[in-house]
Write a protein that binds this ligand. Structure first.
Ligand code: ATP
Ligand code: MG
Length: 270
């Protein structure tokens, strides 16, 4: 066991691996594949973002990586073992929170723990620990409609973390939030990632968010969906959005997108 109580497994540097992933949705035959021979590797403890225009296949790729959708071809491996379906080691956090409206904040965090066969008191203790981590213990008795959007997202984050996953897959989790709440949650996420030794794959439209959070940004394009560029963000965390190097990374990503499809790839190597 490590400090978080998570069972330690034989260290395998690559936690998540997608190889040669292809996906076409039924009813969409004849169209360009949504995923076209996509391969990626995510190291343990790494924070990777997927960035790209609407409809390019980011959510599809995230679903395939989490075992929620099957690729037509190719394979996903988690911790070295083939992934055949959703695994408790990998949890997905959606933009729309997915909280049960009739359950309190605490009840919602406990929800994911119910199938684990824990005693009621252990479950409650664990849920409160994660509500404290997202600074919501004092709101634990409130129902979702009594919470702000940012608080709901934090409850959803606590619920995801409470099952102590190794991998957190996030699909635009902060997109609906105002700038202040978003910045605050981004900092909390980085802090939690450090404390819990989490590996994160984040889908975002927000280039600033990708540069602020990620160790690596994968730029995707559609028609057919693929990763066209990979950019390591070599800046120490916490990062300063106003810093020149930060802005330089933003600019490189923006340029890569502006040039997509306008010429050979070498022109936008970043
Ligand atoms: N369940 C589905 N059935 C059929 N087609 C789908 C399904 N889900 C997604 N698609 C199609 O796959 C393509 C990629 O969708 P996806 O949701 O992965 O894009 P995205 O990059 O996440 O876009 P956005 O940024 O708008 O969320 C789109 O053309 C979409 O219409
Ligand atoms: Mg999407």
């Amino acid at each position: 066991m490590d400090a978080t109580g998570r069972k330690s497994t034989v260290a395998h540097k690559t936690l998540l691996e997608g190889s040669g992933l292809w996906k076409t949705y039924s009813g969409n035959e004849g169209a360009e594949p949504v995923l076209s021979n996509v391969s990626l590797q995510v190291e343990r403890g790494e924070f990777v973002s997927l960035v790209g225009p609407s409809g390019c296949g980011k959510s599809t790729l995230l679903h395939v990586l989490g075992g929620f959708a099957r690729p037509d071809r190719g394979e996903v491996r988690l911790g070295g073992a083939p992934l055949a379906g959703p695994a408790s080691r990998a949890v997905m956090l959606f933009q729309e929170y997915g909280l049960l409206p009739w359950r309190s904040a605490l009840g919602n965090v406990e929800l994911g723990l119910e199938p684990l066969g824990m005693s009621v008191s252990d479950r409650r203790e664990r849920a409160r620990y994660y509500l404290q981590l997202v600074q919501l213990d004092d709101k634990r008795a409130l129902l979702p409609h009594q919470l702000s959007g940012g608080m709901k997202q934090r409850v959803a984050l606590a619920r995801a973390l409470a099952v102590r996953p190794e991998l957190l897959l996030m699909d635009e989790p902060f997109a609906a939030l105002d700038t202040f709440t978003r910045y605050h949650l981004q900092d909390q996420l980085l802090e939690l990632q450090r404390k819990e030794a989490l590996t994160v794959v984040l889908v975002t439209h927000d280039i600033d968010e990708a540069v602020y959070l990620s160790d690596r940004v994968l730029l995707m394009e559609g028609g057919p969906g693929r990763i066209h560029t990979e950019l390591a963000i070599a800046l120490a965390k916490p990062r300063d959005r106003g810093q020149r190097d930060f802005q330089a990374y933003r600019k490189r990503i923006l340029e890569a997108f502006r040039l997509t499809g306008n010429g050979p790839e070498e022109e936008f190597t970043i």
